[in-house]
Ligand binder design. Structure first.
Ligand code: ZN
Ligand code: ZN
Length: 188
């Protein structure tokens, strides 16, 4: 099952946004600078403090959709996110390929970003099910991810977090044994 089947560029934008540290104003500015190609030319990239707060709120709302544990909560949280967006969809070929823009080009950065990620996440969930979004179970990670496994049983954002967690679980089991910790053979 390939990742492509479950994600569109706007979904990836939404996941990237959910994974910034919203308490860091610099992280929000860096996110916008790194993803400026998503915004119409001449969009103001220098954010005001209130705009940073709005972007942090949107990041938290995407995370809340991923954290929801039942379909009703997902619907409620998605609708809250959509209510903050201002969709004006239209087809364009400005970069040589046909694609949809969801927001007005003249909207400010917050409106363009909010609208694009709200629609991106909504399309993912409505096409592939509400369980496709998750939050990594590794204790020190907490990243939002898209679950591309066939049975929707993934618990970690990446192979790295998955193997780190199984090593940690192995060590915890070893500590509980009377003989104390023995390194697993593959750690020598
Ligand atoms: Zn475009
Ligand atoms: Zn992780």
């Amino acid at each position: 099952m390939d990742y492509e089947a479950y994600t569109s560029p706007s979904t990836e934008l939404a996941i990237d946004l959910a994974n910034i540290d919203p308490s860091e104003p610099a992280a929000i500015d860096a996110f916008l600078a790194a993803h400026h190609e998503w915004l119409a030319p001449r969009t103001r990239l220098t954010l005001r403090p209130a705009e940073r707060e709005e972007i942090a709120a949107v990041a938290a709302m995407i995370r809340a959709v991923a954290a929801a544990t039942d379909e009703e909560s997902v619907i409620e949280r998605l609708n809250a996110l959509l209510a903050k967006s201002s969709p004006h969809p239209r087809v364009t070929n400005h970069d040589g390929r046909l694609h949809v823009h969801y927001s007005r080009d003249r909207a400010n950065a917050v409106e363009q970003l909010t609208t694009t990620v709200a629609v991106g996440i909504t399309l993912l969930v409505t096409a592939h099910g509400w369980k496709r979004l998750g939050i990594c179970s590794a204790g020190d990670c907490q990243d939002v991810y898209v679950d591309t496994s066939r049975n929707q049983t993934r618990r970690f954002c990446s192979g790295t977090c998955s193997s780190r967690s199984s090593v940690a679980a192995y060590r915890a089991r070893q500590r509980e044994r009377p003989g104390g910790a023995q390194p697993p053979p593959w750690l020598g």
